[in-house]
Design a protein around this ligand. Sequence first.
Ligand code: GLN
Length: 273
Amino acid sequence: MTVADLLRASPLPPLEARILLMHVLGWRRTELITRDLLPLSEDAVARFGALSARRLAGEPIAQLTGKREFFGLEFDVTPDVLIPRPETELLVELALEVIADTPNARVLDLGTGTGAIAVSIAHARPDARVWAVDRSDAALHIARGNGARLLTENAVTFMQSDWTANIDSSLRFDVIVSNPPYIASDDPHLEQGDLRFEPRGALTDDADGLSAIRTIIETAPSLFANRGALWLEHGYDQAEAVRGLLNARGFTDVRSMRDLAGIERCSGGVFAA
Ligand code: GLN
């Protein structure tokens, strides 16, 4: 059986079949095209079949390949962490904008998961001092691995903390970012698609979807020096509520930004002591 035969016979969407076959063979996209008449080993066909069956049963592509690209970098992904989403690149862009004119800026990422946000910021700004926390040790293990592979030296300091609870009170930051669990516990999306296979604690607060956001907005200001910015990712219908919470806590310049799909996806503001 050739590459072309296998892909033609696959019940998967063509793009997914190609991604899984590239993973099995260790090939790039161009190799899949130029070698499409090459016969495949029985082993490769069997491994592709096993991954295809898991995909058809719903497992996310990123968990089957163990990888997902985010902000131009390739992150390791396991079932212990949220799969990085393209819309979260907006949060990275907003943080980079905040610190654009601040040399050696101090950045904190709350609930880092794969480390995608913190590592992308540190990669774009090697002079920045980036901290990243997660309450899950399993997630921190993945995040540390991604940091070690994608960055020079220990550009990001990873530590265990439930939001800001264990963060040394002497630390101060110029910008704090977070993509917290913001899906309400009764949202049917939790039982659909990739979300069924991702850690529940990374997706939902098991409440109204705003409880982690409330905790972060309440506690973040104590970690700013004279002035700091907070940017949060949130659900498609939460922008107004999040702006309300930021205003009530005393943030100024409160605004929301739209993702590429036109949805208000991140809200933030400035806190001046
Ligand atoms: N953006 C994710 C989704 O809706 C949710 C991630 C999160 O809760 N932070 O699929």
